[in-house]
Ligand binder design. Structure first.
Ligand code: HEM
Ligand code: HEM
Length: 239
């Protein structure tokens, strides 16, 4: 192996990295990817039943039953993940052990406006972001409320008799319409918005590796970088 190659590998190994997502958060995201993929693959053929690809898949009543059962299992996994996520967040927030970095603030509105000006060539610099930028908060809250709607409407169309004991009958067709439409909105949002931001705008693998490099922190989360390095240097001074 050449000396150059050895040096660059050693330099890469020494590059400072910053923790971004812990193991639990990475597992949660993996469950989200898998369950959403299965739900889309089993839901969309039911929605577009007159398309030839759907007719091939759902050609017999047994096949339709199987696809529905898989949809229900993935739905239970997604619902359990959502309950775990919300329960854990409430517990940690109540004990003041979780930062509120994912909650929207007025600064996000200023940052979005600043970014728009940058994209229109009216400003030279992009805004400097904290731990989560406004685009990442949009991803989180859009999917949070979108999936809450999918879950509630999904359980209503799954158990219509039980729900119409205390809700008006019209809630069932309304839920069917909401579930069916929101599925397409969610799919487009994930592919166009989320995958664009994590793969095309820049290759961001932090949800798999858990870490961001110092260069990425400086470029994409400058305020968070300053905060972390300032607290680091004040600890160093105390020692
Ligand atoms: C807790 C979550 C969910 C539950 C309880 C649920 C439940 C259901 C139920 C009961 C149906 C009717 C057909 C069947 O019995 O399989 C259905 C259809 C469907 N689901 Fe879900 N689902 C959930 C989440 C999702 C998600 C996250 C997506 C996509 C992102 C999705 C996409 C669809 C689609 C496209 C249909 C077909 C709608 C139509 O026929 O027009 N579902 N779901
Ligand atoms: C192959 C598919 C996917 C890839 C490669 C991917 C990748 C990523 C990456 C790299 C991040 C971290 C961004 C950051 O630095 O903050 C992230 C965050 C996130 N992902 Fe995904 N993701 C995928 C699918 C999904 C799906 C299906 C959902 C939800 C149903 C989802 C929900 C989220 C949420 C809520 C966040 C936190 C907000 C954010 O940081 O943008 N992801 N994803």
């Amino acid at each position: 192996m050449s000396v150059n190659k050895t040096n660059s590998r050693a330099a890469a190994q020494q590059e400072k990295t910053f923790a971004r997502f812990n193991l639990g958060q990475r597992w949660e995201h993996a469950v989200l990817i898998l369950s959403t993929l299965v739900l889309l693959l089993t839901g969309l053929p039911q929605k577009y039943r007159d398309m030839s690809w759907s007719q091939d898949l759902l050609s017999t009543p047994e096949r339709l039953d199987l696809v529905r059962q898989i949809h229900h299992i993935a739905a239970i996994i997604l619902a359990m993940e959502a309950l775990y996520h919300i329960g854990r967040a409430i517990y940690l927030l109540a004990r003041r052990k979780m930062s509120a970095a994912m909650f929207p603030t007025m600064q996000d509105v200023y940052d979005a406006w600043h970014m728009l000006q940058y994209l229109l060539f009216l400003r030279k610099e992009k805004p400097a972001f904290g731990k989560y930028n406004f685009e990442q908060k949009v991803t989180y809250w859009f999917l949070f409320f979108g999936f809450a709607l999918m879950g509630i409407s999904g359980f209503i169309i799954w158990f219509p008799v039980q729900f119409t004991k205390f809700l008006p009958g019209g809630v069932v067709p309304a839920s069917k319409m909401a579930h069916s439409t929101e599925a397409v909105v969610a799919a487009i949002f994930i592919v166009v918005w989320h995958l664009y931001h994590v793969h095309l705008e820049r290759l961001n693998l932090s949800i798999f590796t858990g870490r961001l490099s110092e260069k990425e922190m400086r470029e994409f989360h400058a305020k968070e970088y300053d905060r972390l390095t300032a607290s680091q240097s004040s600890t160093d001074k105390k020692n």
